[in-house]
Design a protein around this ligand. Structure first.
Ligand code: ADP
Ligand code: ADP
Ligand code: MG
Length: 595
């Protein structure tokens, strides 16, 4: 079984020689395997296509994908027309449970949710007639989803959604935080949420003036405060620090006690503690996606990291992602790149103290600490963009900085933007080490202001690394990236540091990413919004202990070596806190029966 997808936005038959038709061997023998449809775009017959792949290579706009489907797939749940994206399976919302949806971008997570929320009536891959709900329900007869979809079809399913891209909110709402939240507060829960999410002091601010992290928390509060039969939260963690992520996880779990909640989450440490079960999504982005049957959260995440789904017998990655059980000490033979002095910076309402330290050539330095604790200020001090209290830093170094909040408000194409950042764009090194692993090829001609959040993030990372600099600082590169992309970004960063003998600082709140990327850690501690102190860099073990000790969070290891957040107050949590081992705990590994 084969699926042929024509990416509509990239198919321009008037600008090409319709190579997909003229080179198709089947067309040459007289079959109508590829034709131009009424809208002037290529139409490929999946019955006639033999999958030779010639049209894919000949299309000048990369508009065609033809992919073999895993054998055991039956009919799709929904297909966006002939040669459109096809979704197989659906997540199953369960009362009293948090169901996670784990998988790459572009494999139909949002489409699934549109179906579950009644916004999209699925067509079961049928286009020759209008598919009515009765036919859909017949297709789901005898499945766990039958009752649920019956309610959806009767219009009796009220859904509350936290959208993925929160930056859209200010475009449709211009009032204050309080005005927005009062509208959505159907459960009378507003006061509690404002308090728990640290939003009380923002209540009278207008939505348009909020930072990304503030907007994220407002959007979460707005969703959770609704009275609904089903809640869906699409990526809660971007722009939130670890403490805030834990608070959100607790609020979601509390609400889930008597209603179904489905979440999409790419921060796996948080997903692990938040979800009861996960459906893994796999497939080829923008071509087809399969949502698996539910798996226990520990098993599902481990299979995902391994790149192999045992029940489905599907391998989707050729290597597995593993975590070091012991802190590594690789950096000791590295040379010093630069030393930063003890310094301070005082603003009217905030003071940053930097204790001083060094950055080494070729190392990736993880930077951890709450939002509003001075991380960006520190970066600006190093770059000479901000002057420390006593006078300027002696020799500011060249810094290439990727900010946390990306603008993307230019209409120039991605390639133009990247060529402006480097003269090495055409070098094979740039192609192999930056463009390919970040999958930027298909985006090069796209105007920057049409990119999705995840696409813009990858472009911004590429642009940052493209520039010549002594120190690269990436502020929250994980935001809006799926797990696959996080893993690839980690590899790109490490290689770049080694290859250029540069230093790279990665500021992030995804503990797994920090663990995978870093050799040492710089820790920011203090009172967010009031004062911060930059201590370190430390080795991984001391740094993690210091940072997690401040947060009061401990991790245990499961038998694959993956760190899992301990339940606060549990036996291990107490034991590890008393022995001071917050992350690299070497006690008994978790039993396979747990969860
Ligand atoms: P995810 O949420 O996993 O990122 P989506 O469900 O948003 O994935 O989209 C999966 C694919 O479906 C997209 O890559 C896109 O090609 C296609 N798609 C989404 N919406 C539509 C639509 N309204 N019409 C046609 N194709 C669509
Ligand atoms: P982080 O990057 O850790 O989130 P920042 O360095 O951006 O934190 O900010 C730390 C604190 O310093 C915040 O309370 C912020 O409001 C304040 N701050 C940052 N820049 C300035 C400035 N130019 N003037 C006054 N206050 C500032
Ligand atoms: Mg989506």
């Amino acid at each position: 079984m084969r699926i042929a997808v024509v990416h509509r936005e990239r198919c321009h038959s008037r600008k090409c020689g319709t190579e997909c038709i003229s080179y198709c061997p089947r067309v040459r023998t007289g079959d109508e395997t590829v034709v131009l449809g009424e809208d002037g775009r290529a139409e490929i017959s999946e019955e006639l296509c033999v999958g030779c792949g010639i049209c894919i290579k000949k299309c000048p706009f990369d508009a065609i994908d033809i992919v073999s489907l895993p054998e055991e797939l039956e009919r799709p749940t929904h297909r966006y027309g002939q040669n459109g994206f096809a979704l197989y399976g659906l997540p199953i919302p369960v009362e009293g449970k948090v169901t996670g949806l784990l998988g790459p971008n572009g494999i139909g997570k949002s489409t699934s949710v549109k179906v579950l929320s009644g916004a999209l009536r699925p067509n079961l891959g049928v286009f020759d007639h209008e598919v009515e709900w009765s036919e859909v329900l017949k297709g789901f007869a005898g499945t766990e989803l039958f009752d649920y979809l019956s309610r959806v079809s009767a219009g009796r399913m009220k859904v509350a959604v936290k959208p993925q891209y929160i930056d859209q909110i200010p475009k449709v709402f211009s009032g204050t935080v309080r005005e927005l939240l009062e509208k959505t507060d159907e459960r009378g829960a507003l006061g509690g949420y404002l308090e728990a999410l640290g939003l009380s002091s923002l209540a009278d601010r207008t939505i348009g003036t909020l930072s990304g992290g503030e907007l994220q928390r407002v959007a979460i509060a707005a969703c959770l405060a609704r009275e609904a039969d089903f809640y869906f939260l699409d990526e809660c963690t971007p722009f939130l620090d670890v403490y805030q992520r834990m608070v959100v996880a607790r609020l979601v779990r509390e609400l889930a006690s008597d209603r179904p909640i489905v979440i999409v989450e790419h921060d796996l440490a948080i997903l692990d503690m938040l979800a009861d079960t996960v459906h893994v999504g796999y497939g080829t982005p923008a071509v087809f996606g399969v949502v698996t049957r539910p798996k226990g959260v520990r098993v599902g995440i481990n299979q995902y990291l391994e790149g192999f789904l045992a029940e489905e017998n599907v391998r989707f990655r050729d290597h597995s992602v593993v975590f070091e059980k012991r802190a590594h000490t690789k950096g000791s033979d590295r040379q010093t790149l630069f030393t930063f002095p003890k310094m301070a910076k005082t603003f009217p309402a905030f003071r940053l103290d930097v204790l001083g330290g060094e950055v080494r050539r070729g190392e990736v330095l993880g930077v951890v600490g709450a939002n509003g604790i001075g991380k960006s200020t520190f970066a600006r001090l190093l770059a000479g963009a901000e002057t420390p209290d006593g006078g300027p830093v002696e020799s500011p170094i060249r810094i290439s900085y990727k900010p946390q909040y990306l603008k993307g408000d230019t209409s120039v194409p991605v390639e133009f933007l990247l060529r402006g950042a480097t003269t090495r764009f055409d070098s094979s090194q740039f192609q192999h080490e930056i463009l390919e692993p970040l999958s930027l090829g298909p985006l090069l001609q796209s105007p920057v202001d049409t990119l999705s959040g995840g696409e813009l993030q990858r472009v911004a990372i590429a642009a940052c690394l493209a520039r010549d600099a002594d120190l690269y600082i990436l502020d929250e590169p994980s935001a809006h990236l799926d797990v696959e992309q996080r893993v690839r970004v980690t590899r790109v960063i490490r290689r770049h540091a080694e290859g250029r003998e540069a230093g790279i600082m990665v500021i992030d709140h995804d503990i797994y990413l920090i663990d995978m990327a870093s050799e040492r850690i710089l820790v920011f501690e203090g009172e967010p919004g009031l004062s911060g102190t930059a201590v370190g860099p430390f080795g991984m073990r001391d740094g993690m202990n210091r940072f997690l000790g401040n947060l009061g969070i401990t991790f245990r290891r499961d038998q694959t070596g993956r760190p899992r957040i301990n339940k606060p107050g549990s036996y291990l949590d107490r034991e590890q806190k008393s022995s001071g081992e917050y992350y690299y705990y070497t006690g008994d590994e978790e039993q396979s029966s747990a969860r």
